[in-house]
Design a protein around this ligand. Structure first.
Ligand code: SAH
Ligand code: SF4
Length: 420
């Protein structure tokens, strides 16, 4: 979401005749787009701001701005945390950025007014990925999972006009993008007038030169049968779904306010696999949520064994000030959270390798993205189910679709042999 927001912000600035530079030495303004989802993300960006602030001694007019969820969450306090920060701009105020960065003096400036109807219409971002375009279809979140800061920083859920979304995808297609990812905190609850998410998927699927279509993030409580049906029927929708489970224990899920049981989650996986036998499923898991007992953790461990995700993003619970779970008195000690995390990572590594190995001997379509990092004779691309695959081939294949036969799986990379 932040990558996508940064692309949009670049477009806002460029329209105002500002220039974006990849060379930090040239910059007159540094913008830090920040994430608040875990404390670790906030600590890292504060460290980064401190490092870059030393540039002010060489360039007196250099301005430093903080944007994104941390700006929204901390507002004025950020000026106290680091005196080198000139301005703090919240997530609904990006249209004011050009005006603010051109102020003669912007010291200790903060603008974090909430605007729950801002969807940044009529801004068509310059997608920075070469082959995949991220298209935001909705902003905010109303789910209030008890651990999560997002509804507080990003505000109320609102969907963009579907015609605007289609226009943005068509524009990306006309610039040569063939792979599109629709973005939102909970894409399954997309609704604009009479267009719901299933209908939006159908409409994007119709756009001629788009060859691959993905979407994140899906919420298990809202992933409807009609979306599963469209996924099965639309040739462009890739056989890959990211479906955060968070926990394999229903009591913990209830305490997280997730709105589904483990059995419901398991049922969705069965439906998906029945419709799309080759579908890759990835997930997010939180360990050490307040009150999580050893048995409840084991339920998550066993659920991961049972379901066999292709990949899992596993996180230690991080208390976020202002959320309900941060107030629970039964917080889990750091050592136990870490121990549980390590157990899950180890288990998932084994499962991921098994999943990748099961692809050996199959024929896969790749969208070739680049020369491989390890060898310039090899190219790297992604399968429809999102697995990075390397194969020997000439560089003129970059940007093309090819067929390869999978011959090996090393770590999280498949090796293929070009056949077409
Ligand atoms: N809207 C998406 C993603 C939100 S944030 C969804 O509902 O899935 C991405 C992931 O960060 C979440 O899925 C969750 O696993 C993790 N996360 C969110 N808040 C967290 C916290 N306080 N501590 C640890 N992980 C957290
Ligand atoms: Fe956070 Fe839950 Fe909303 Fe995802 S659905 S952004 S985890 S509150």
């Amino acid at each position: 979401m932040n990558v996508s927001d940064s692309e949009m912000i670049k477009e806002i600035l460029i329209e105002n005749n500002d220039e974006v530079t990849e060379n930090i030495d040239e910059a007159d303004v540094l913008l830090f787009n920040t994430c608040s989802v875990r404390q670790h993300a906030e600590d890292r960006v504060l460290g980064r701001i401190s490092n870059e602030a030393s540039r002010k001694s060489k360039k007196r007019n250099l301005k430093i701005g903080v944007i994104g969820c941390m700006a929204q969450r901390l507002g004025d306090d950020l000026h106290k945390i680091n005196k080198n920060i000139d301005f703090v701009i919240g997530v609904d105020q990006y249209k004011n950025l050009p005006k603010i960065i051109h102020k003669k003096r912007v010291k200790d400036f903060t603008e974090t007014t909430v605007n729950n109807s801002e969807v940044y219409e009529n801004i068509y971002p310059i997608h920075s990925g070469k082959f995949n375009a991220f298209v935001t279809i909705m902003r905010g979140c109303d789910n209030f999972c008890t651990y999560c800061i997002v509804p507080y920083t990003r505000g109320r859920e609102r969907s963009r006009n579907s015609e605007e979304i289609i226009k943005e995808v068509e524009l990306a297609a006309s610039k040569g993008f063939k792979d599109v990812t629709l973005l939102g905190q909970n894409v399954n609850s997309y609704k604009y007038e009479d267009v719901d998410f299933a209908e939006l998927l159908k409409q994007v699927n119709e756009i001629d030169s788009i060859k691959r279509l993905r979407f994140v993030t899906s919420h298990p409580k809202d992933l409807s049968d009609s979306v599963i049906k469209v996924m099965g029927e639309s040739e462009k929708i890739c056989e890959h779904l990211h479906l955060p489970m968070q926990s394999g224990n229903t009591d913990i899920l209830k305490r997280m306010n997730r709105g589904y049981s483990y059995e419901h989650y398991r049922g969705i996986i069965t439906k998906l696999r029945n419709k799309m036998p080759d579908i890759a499923i990835t997930t997010d898991i939180i360990v050490g949520f307040p009150g999580e007992t050893e048995e409840q953790f084991n339920d998550t461990y066993n659920a991961m064994k049972e379901i066999e995700f292709d990949y899992a993003f596993t996180f230690k619970y991080s208390p976020r000030e202002g959320t309900i779970a941060a107030k629970y008195t039964d917080q889990i000690p750091e050592e136990i959270r870490l121990e549980r995390l390590q157990k899950l990572i180890k288990l998932q590594e084994e499962i991921t390798l098994k999943k990748y190995r099961s692809k050996i001997g199959t024929i896969q379509e790749l969208y070739v993205e680049k020369v491989s990092k390890k060898s310039d004779k090899e190219l790297a691309g992604r399968t429809r189910d999102f697995k990075i695959t390397v194969f020997e081939g000439s560089q003129n294949l970059i940007g093309k679709f090819v067929k390869v036969k999978i011959v090996d799986a090393v770590g999280w990379t498949l090796k293929g042999k070009l056949i077409e």
